[in-house]
Design a protein around this ligand. Structure first.
Ligand SMILES: [Zn+2]
Ligand SMILES: [Zn+2]
Length: 720
C-alpha cells in the first residue's frame, strides 16, 4: 500500500515530489485535468497531491423553506468549496468550482489506495486547517486520526527529507481546532454583519441591492482609518514662519538651522533676517558626537514588510506574495513567521558557504568567515513553528523577476548584516552666532560602515563638512518661508498594518490581506489612505448601532481566546458560544432599527453611485452631466446627458469591463483637433491592463482607421 502526501500548493507538490523520489524523477500523473505525482522512496510508493488553497469552506445551514438572505446566522457546516462556488454568478468562480470538485474527487480516489496519510501543507494555522479538512473529507476520520505531519520551514532537499523521515506522529489537533475556529468565527461575523448592513440598505427607497460587506477584523481597522479621517477633517492648519539659512563653504552650499524651528509671528522672523542682513556668523562652538549603530536583527514577516515598503514601496500583501514565491522556489525560508531568533539547528555556515557562490555576495561572505565569531544578532520574538526569514543558500536557477530579485537581495543582505560589525556615525554640530541669534551647521559622516556595507539600504545620507575652526566667519544667506502646521498624517498600508500588529488584531498572515479587502470593497482608496463616503457610512453606522463589533479591545480579546485554543486550554465550541452570546442581541437590536439605518446608509450609497457614474460636464448643452446609463430596452450601457430629453447628447462605450471616471482629465487629441473638451474614462477589462479612453473615441482618426481595416479584412475573408 502507498502513502498519500498532501501539499498545499501545486508548486510545493512538484518540489516535494522531486525531492522525495529517489531518482529525482517522480511520475507526473494527470486525471481529468488534475495533476499529481507518483514517487518511490525506500521501497515505498508515494502519491503526492496538492490542495489549491482552501478546498473546503463554511456554509450556513438553512432552515427548511428558507430562501434569500437573513440574519442572525449561527448554524453552519464545512462543505467542499465547489458547492458554494458553483452557485455564484462569476464565471471565474464557477470554473474554480469545477477545479475544486475534480481535485477533491481525485484525492478521494487516490486515498482509497493508500494506507498512510501525511499532511505536508505549510506548518501553520492555515496549513493545519487545509490539510485536516482534506483528510477528514476525502480520506475519512480513521485516516485523519492516524495521519502524520511533515514539519519543515524550507522547501530544500535537506529539510524535506528530514521532515519526511521524521514526521510528527500525529496532527496537532489543538492547532487545527484553533484554525477551524478562526474560520468559523470570521464566517459568523462576516455573514451576519454583511447581511445586516445590506438588508438595512435595501429597506431604503431606490436601493435594490448594494453589497455592504465587513468582516471581524475589517471593522475595527476601518474604524481606525475613519477616526484618523475625522481628526484630519477638523484640523485647522495654523501658519508659522521659518528662517531658512544657508552658507557657502568651498563652493558648496550647506543648510544652516536657525535655533528656533517654528516662529509664530511673521514680524519676529522678519526681524531676524533684517538684523542679520550683511552680517557674518562666527563659529562659537564645535561639538562632535559618535554614535554606534548596532547591526539589525533577523527578518520576520512584519519587519520584512516594513523594510520592503520603505525601500521599494511594495504594499504588505505584495511583499508577502513575492516572499511566498521565493519560498516555493526554495530560495528563502517560510515567510509567515514572527521569529527574530535563529535557532541553533540552522546551519549558518552552510547557508553562508552556498551564498558565497553568488558573485555579489562573495566578498561579504569571505569577510564574515574571517571573523573570529559567527554569532548572528537576535531579537526578542519567537515562533514555535518557524525560524526568521532566511535565505536557504539555494542559488536561483530561474531568472527572477525584478520584484523577486529585490526581495531576495533584501533577505540575503539582511542575513549577512546579522554578522556585521556595528556602524559608527560621527555627527558634528557647529554653533554660529550672528548678532544675538544662534544658528547650527550640522555634518554627518559614517566613520565605520560596518554592517551597512552588506545592507546599504539603511545607509543614511552623509553631510561632509570641510575643516572648520573656532572663530571662523561665515556669510549666511537667509530666506523667510511661510509654513503651515500639518494635520495628523494619514496611514499608509504598512503603517496601518503595523497599527494592527501593535493592537494585536488579526494575525501576521492575514493583516495585509484584510487591508486589501477594505480597498477592494471601495471603503479605502489611495496609497496614503483615505476613507470613501461608503466606507465612512459603514463605519459610522456600526459605531452608532453596534459599537462592540468595532471595538479593538473586544477583537483583541477574541484573538487571545483563539490563541488559547491552540494551547489546548479552551475549546472551539466554548469560543463559538461566547461569540453567539455576544453577537445575537446586537444583531436583534440592529434589526429593530433596520429602516433607520437603511436611510442613513442610502445617503452615502446614492452619493457613491452618482460619483461612479459621473463622467464629466456635457460638451453639448454645457448644462447637464455626462453619466453612464444602462438602457432599459437593450440592457446595453452608454454615456448620456442628465438633461435628456432636452439634450440628446450620447456616446457609445465598451460593454465589457469596469469603467471608472477620470475627473479632471480631458482628451488632448480632441482638444487639439476639434477644440472641444471631452472627458476621459479608464476601462479595466479582466485579465488586461486598464486603459484610458476618450468618450468621443469614435471621432478619433486612428481608431476609425483601425476599424476600417478590420472591416476590410472581414469583407475580404467573406468574399474569398
Ligand atoms: Zn447635455
Ligand atoms: Zn478624444
Amino acid at each position: 500500500m502507498a502513502t498519500l502526501i498532501i501539499a498545499e500548493k501545486p508548486t510545493a507538490m512538484k518540489k516535494i515530489s522531486e525531492i522525495l523520489d529517489e531518482q529525482g524523477k517522480p511520475k507526473k500523473m494527470n486525471v481529468d485535468g488534475v495533476t499529481y505525482y507518483q514517487a518511490k522512496r525506500d521501497g515505498d510508493d508515494l502519491v503526492i497531491v496538492s490542495a489549491l488553497g482552501h478546498l473546503f469552506t463554511i456554509e450556513e445551514i438553512k432552515q427548511p423553506g428558507q430562501k434569500g438572505w437573513s440574519y442572525p446566522i449561527f448554524d453552519m457546516k464545512w462543505v467542499p468549496a465547489n458547492e458554494v462556488l458553483k452557485r455564484t454568478k462569476s464565471k471565474k468562480q464557477r470554473k474554480r468550482a469545477l477545479d475544486v470538485e475534480k481535485i477533491v474527487n481525485n484525492i478521494k480516489d487516490l486515498s482509497s489506495q493508500c494506507e498512510t496519510h501525511v499532511n505536508a501543507c505549510d506548518y501553520d494555522l492555515e496549513g493545519a486547517t487545509i490539510g485536516y479538512n482534506i483528510l477528514q473529507f476525502c480520506c475519512g476520520p480513521e485516516a485523519t486520526k492516524k495521519a502524520k505531519r511533515m514539519k519543515f520551514s524550507t522547501l530544500t532537499k535537506k529539510d524535506i527529507l528530514e521532515s519526511y523521515k521524521n514526521p510528527l506522529k500525529s496532527l496537532n489537533f489543538n492547532l487545527i481546532d484553533a484554525g477551524l475556529c478562526r474560520h468559523e468565527v470570521d464566517y459568523v461575523y462576516g455573514i451576519n454583519l454583511t447581511h445586516a448592513l445590506t438588508l438595512a440598505a435595501k429597506t431604503a427607497e431606490g436601493i435594490n441591492y448594494y453589497l455592504l460587506s465587513i468582516g471581524r477584523v475589517q471593522g475595527p481597522t476601518l474604524a481606525t482609518v475613519f477616526e484618523k479621517e475625522k481628526q484630519i477633517n477638523v484640523f485647522v492648519p495654523t501658519p508659522y514662519w521659518q528662517v531658512k539659512a544657508s552658507t557657502q563653504l568651498n563652493e558648496k552650499e550647506y543648510d544652516v538651522d536657525f535655533s528656533k524651528a517654528k516662529i509664530q509671528y511673521k514680524k519676529e522672523a522678519e526681524q531676524v533676517i533684517n538684523d542679520c542682513k550683511n552680517g557674518e556668523g562666527t563659529v562659537k562652538d564645535i561639538k562632535t558626537k559618535e554614535s554606534t549603530n548596532a547591526p539589525p536583527i533577523p527578518f520576520n514577516l512584519s519587519s520584512l514588510q516594513s523594510e520592503s515598503y520603505r525601500y521599494f514601496g511594495y504594499a504588505p500583501t505584495q511583499t508577502l506574495n513575492i516572499a511566498e514565491r521565493l519560498y516555493l522556489g526554495a530560495y528563502i525560508s517560510y515567510p509567515r513567521t514572527s521569529s527574530e531568533i535563529i535557532p541553533e539547528t540552522i546551519d549558518i555556515k552552510d547557508i553562508l558557504t552556498k551564498l558565497k557562490s553568488i558573485k555579489t555576495y562573495t566578498k561579504y561572505v569571505d569577510e564574515i568567515f574571517a571573523k573570529p565569531d559567527l554569532t548572528p544578532t537576535k531579537g526578542k520574538k519567537t515562533d514555535p513553528a518557524h525560524p526568521p526569514i532566511l535565505p536557504t543558500g539555494e542559488v536561483p536557477a530561474k531568472k527572477l523577476s525584478n520584484l523577486e530579485k529585490n526581495i531576495f537581495n533584501l533577505v540575503v543582505r539582511r542575513f549577512l548584516a546579522l554578522f556585521g560589525d556595528p556602524a559608527i556615525v560621527t555627527s558634528i554640530r557647529i554653533l554660529l552666532e550672528l548678532e544675538k541669534y544662534k544658528f547650527y551647521l550640522r555634518g554627518r559622516r559614517i566613520k565605520v560602515l560596518g554592517w551597512m556595507e552588506y545592507y546599504p539600504f539603511a545607509k543614511s545620507k552623509e553631510i561632509i563638512l570641510p575643516e572648520i575652526r573656532q572663530g571662523q566667519k561665515m556669510k549666511l544667506s537667509m530666506d523667510l518661508v511661510e509654513k503651515y502646521s500639518s494635520p495628523p498624517s494619514r496611514y499608509n498600508q504598512n503603517s496601518l498594518r503595523k497599527f494592527m500588529e501593535k493592537e494585536e488584531i488579526g494575525t501576521k498572515a492575514t493583516r495585509a490581506s484584510i487591508i486589501d479587502k477594505l480597498y477592494d470593497r471601495g471603503y479605502l482608496f489611495e496609497k496614503s489612505i483615505h476613507i470613501s463616503d461608503i466606507g465612512a457610512a459603514v463605519s459610522e453606522t456600526l459605531a452608532i448601532h453596534c459599537p462592540q463589533v468595532l471595538s479593538i479591545e473586544m477583537t483583541k480579546q477574541l484573538e487571545k481566546e483563539m490563541e488559547t485554543i491552540e494551547k489546548g486550554q479552551l475549546t472551539k465550541n466554548r469560543v463559538l458560544d461566547d461569540v453567539r452570546n455576544n453577537l445575537e442581541p446586537i444583531l436583534m437590536d440592529f434589526k429593530d432599527d433596520e429602516q433607520l439605518i437603511g436611510n442613513d446608509l442610502a445617503v452615502s450609497i446614492r452619493k457613491t453611485w452618482k460619483r461612479q457614474s459621473y463622467i464629466g460636464k456635457c460638451d453639448k448643452c454645457g448644462d447637464g452631466d455626462l453619466i453612464i446609463i444602462r438602457s432599459k430596452a437593450t440592457k446595453k450601457r452608454f454615456i448620456g446627458c442628465t438633461s435628456y430629453p432636452d439634450c440628446q447628447n450620447s456616446f457609445p462605450i465598451s460593454q465589457r469591463g469596469k469603467i471608472s471616471p477620470m475627473p479632471k482629465k480631458i482628451c488632448a487629441y480632441c482638444r487639439d483637433k476639434y477644440n472641444k473638451e471631452y472627458p476621459m474614462v479608464s476601462i479595466k477589462i479582466a485579465g488586461s491592463r486598464p486603459f484610458n479612453s476618450c468618450v468621443n473615441w469614435v471621432n478619433h482618426e486612428d481608431i476609425q482607421k483601425r476599424y476600417q481595416k478590420k472591416k476590410e479584412k472581414s469583407k475580404k475573408a467573406s468574399n474569398s
